[in-house]
Write a protein of this length. Sequence first.
Length: 322
Amino acid sequence: MTTVEDLPAAGKQPKSARARILDVVRWAAIVLVIAFAAKQLAANWAEFWHTLRDVAWESSLLSLLALVAAIMVSTWGWQVMVDDLGKPVGYARGAQICLVGSLGKYVPGSVWAYLLQMELGRKAGVARARIFTGSLIQLAVGVVSALVVSLLAAPAVFSNSPRALWLFVLIPLGLAMLHPKILTWGTSLVLRILRRPPLQHPLGWRVVTKVFTASTAAWCLQGVHLWLLANSVGAPGFGGFVLCVGAMAVAMTVGTFAFILPSGVGVREVAQVAVLTASGLTVGQATAFAVASRVMFTVADLLTAGLAAVAARSTRPAVTPA
């Protein structure tokens, strides 16, 4: 089915003043979040290059590619969730909505990422409520997945920060909440509180499993990213790898809850340093790699968002409001 945008130019209806204003606001928001991301990139660039001087370029490149792969896998999980809630949007268009919108996390108060995703979704013909619901469910499943994976770093976390015990206590509760019936009930409750339309159909094991698997794979790939950096200065082999996978899951989970800070800045690094020092690195080395990791995350976010935007414009899939 085609959209108005797919019709010949002669048959297009002129945009209303409100539509033109919304287009300007969307573009202004995108420029703003890119500016915040660039600011964070510039602030850490000198230390980033200083750290990478001691890392083989092959390890640096592979580390960045692992991050890109993690983002693409996580985006697939988001798209699967959104597609389950209505008419499929496709990976190219879904990636544009998800990745460009996700840049909003660099603005203090990560709620901007969800607002931008909803606006980009609406521009693509997907209802805001559907985008919000898909993001909400993926966030919940991703947090539970991260808690499970973070068990790999439990010994290091406990020895450095006993207060983090509460994260692991939540695991049984989180796994129970992933049951489709409970997840459907919880999502419907949140939507009812927010006065949003209810789910059109209950969630099933298949979609929940796909989203959980995508999130788990993303955490593991992020662990590969950190391990490739840390292993360059002699972090333990397989043991270091396991700790790095757990470290990224812990760091990203804690960073998610630190929503006041832009992209969990500072909080994520504390968790990474705690686990990296337990793997044999000095505090100085661990801190340097944590900073380098954040810069690489920003580069990967900007790179994947740019590629997704280009891919979506070239494919221009047909999408109607759903």
